[in-house]
Design a protein around this ligand. Sequence first.
Ligand code: ARG
Length: 293
Amino acid sequence: MPMGMADIAEVLWNDFLQHNPINPHWANRDRFVLSNGHASMLLYSMLHLAGVKSDGQRKEVTLDEIKKDGKIIVATEGQFAPFNYFEGTKLTGFEVEVAELVVKKMGLKLEWKTLGFDALLTGLGQDRWDMVIASHGITEERAKAVTFTSPHYCSGGAIVTKNPALKTANDLAGKVLAVQTGSSYLDAAQKIKGVKEVKNFPKDPDAQAAVMAGRADAWITDKFVVMDVLKTQKNTGLQATGMLFVEKIAAAVGKGNQGLADAYNKALGEYMAKGGGYEALSTKYFAEDVRCK
Ligand code: ARG
């Protein structure tokens, strides 16, 4: 039997779904029954799903669309304690709690996705999720690809080592450094003059393990991550010896999705205002207020 329009469309559709991870918002909105009459509509819809507007521009999920669905899809890593990590099967952490409280203020439900750190901003660019919160420092380079929200804390890259003599960037000449792939620590490590080797690891705890096992001289990571390690893990032999740089940490939305960023910023602003709850949460995790001063 010859293939009709609907058959062709269905084949294309299935092929499309196989090759294109789609944002569930679209999946919810664009489901309909196939018929010959619907075939051209489906082709149109496929372009829509692929994120192509009729003028050929990429289409983002707007705040209105998110509100209509009632839920925002937020991606994080889940391997960066105490900011985003798993307690058993439960995703938790300082910024996980911040996001949950802020999204609640926005009147939305939150659906978490957890992925490798390196995939997070890329997936945002493909509209696979609406927002990322995973301790990203605001950098010019990243800001070319995503829109950052207001920061939810300030921190920086610390030198963590078994060797107390390694206190500054100069001391790291001739040394082997361990950092997380795709992180600002990798960038910082690569800029240090005379470094012998920069080893990078998909997960930050693996960079820590490399230093503990003597396969690297120093681990560069967030200063609060080190504090947490020193508090929760005994006999690591590690110490934080110095700071390399400071950074403002923020969530990110798709490039130019200003409506969503504004709504998040407004709710975050309320949460971070005096008595809004932020200070208490910050004290619970860090025994200090970690907001940018
Ligand atoms: N703050 C660093 C950066 O901006 C590291 C972030 C790592 N986050 C994570 N979830 N592993 O790159």
